[in-house]
Design a protein. Sequence first.
Lengths: 329, 286
Amino acid sequence: MLNPEAKLSGKIFDKDVLLKPTRDGYGDGLLLAGEEDKNVVALCADLTESTRAEAFAKRFPERFFQVGVAEQNMATIAAGLGVAGKIPFISSYATFSPGRNWEQIRTTISYNDSNVKIAGHHAGISVGPDGATHQAVEDIATMRVMANMKVIVPCDSIEGRKATMAVAKIWGPVYLRFQREKTPVMTTEETPFVPGKGIILWQSKRPQVAIIGCGALLFEALVVARDLEKEKIGTVVLNSHTIKPLDEAKILDLAKKYGAIVTVEEHQITGGLGSAVAEFLAKKCPCPIEFVGLQNTFAESGPPDALLTKYGMKAKDIKAAVKKVLKRK
Amino acid sequence: MEPLHDKKLKFLEEKANRIREDIIKMLVAAGSGHSAGPLGMADIFTTLYFHVLNHNPKKPLGADRDRLVLSNGHICPVLYAALAHAGYFPVAELKTLRQLNTRLQGHPHRGSLPGVETTSGPLGSGLSQAIGFALAAKLDGKKYRTYCLTSDGEHEEGNLWEAVMFAGKNKLNNITAIMDRNNIQIDGFTENVMPLEPIRKKYEAFNWHVLEINGHDFHQIISACAEAKAIYEKPTMIIAHTIPGKGVSFMENDYVWHGKPPKPEEAKAALKELRTLGGKIRSEHQ
């Protein structure tokens, strides 16, 4: 059943569940963070509306900097602003930032310990028709590997807003990952959000396997958890919104109790959440893991849902992974 | 900025030579690093830290201090030597350059050493960081000025031109950039590797105020910095024509010295020359 402590939306499995893109949460959170702290500034590289920085730009024009199509410049100007005491948020599509400007982020933000928040938008393959050039499927890996960088992937627009507001108050570089498409709003205002603390979304009475996911695909994981209940297969679903630092205590607990794990992410299976979980458990509590994600390939143009189906990131794929991992227990 | 009287000129000349000597000593002790750029920029760094910048080595994080961003981080021996002589840390520490556990990292790292304002090394991203400082100054109503030291070769980086465009568009008059126009880079002469000329016209086209000076003439360095402060609608680029390896005759204008340190016997010869050729260097300012 849905974990009551997570205070999730009662409408999750209803046809009329509210659909909103996680990026809306960035826009709402950025505006509120700007109201709370005058040191919050925002920069954008010619994608102000689609990365939802527009509301902030209109409200605080003096604190908004349009850098043009120049993601390297955006990251490095933000690095300077951060060193000079500001809390810069930079937004573009994740393939460009933190894609094109990776070295600038590494040297001038991460190693330089500048207080910059990097918002990568339109992440994953569900950005759809734009095709593989615009589908960021490596960004969790390339950000996670940097010392001094935190990585957070919100699962819906509400969590996106909370995450954006929360990181404004955390010192240091953070990568936030957002998605373009409208996806089910699973959490509520009351759902707890603390960076670094995972949230159990589903808890069966007798779980046999833990599904650990991040981002909007957690909805698919919940559908699987509900369906498997009917097949007498108990699960736990963990929203591991913070990939770095990983909620090691919770993940270790799940591995010890259930001994089988499925990870779910809209990202290459190498280097992302699944890898982070595997690296940790290899040290502390090795157990069978199956990885749902993009299988070392580029995707293509197409409708978001059809792409997720073709590339194996829908409920049926998660369900198959659960059954496979149970056989390996 | 006060004008330069004879006593101060002599002080700057001697200080620059001391800094050159320390650069040679640091490089030979480190066994790696860049020789030509630091020597070529010694006069400019000396002028900045001992005449131009509003700074206080006792308060390296003072809110109103002028900021100096070294974009071409590989010439940091000259930055470190100038900072030490200005009093940010003991001169004796210079010999730890590039050693294990040193505060003097091979390229500047903010937080490791007092006076280092930001992290740099990978080329072309210093001017953007200077822009960040300049924007913050304007938001906070602060009067401090940001100086960005760049190389000519790093103008081959796209990131740098993105910054040039942004600063021109936003009329960031609180930035003074200084280009070390020494015409060399690792693989040879800049105009062979990738022609930069007409560099002055390029900056002017991006709405910058541009000055050209002899980077070894203290009067010209000071008056250019003073003029930059008086420009209200534009950022200023000072193209400083310098001699790479300046002060050590066998290094001057030879690009092989861009990226290597002197061997001990070469260092001995270089130090001897620096200690005895004061007259030659001084003669340029008379």
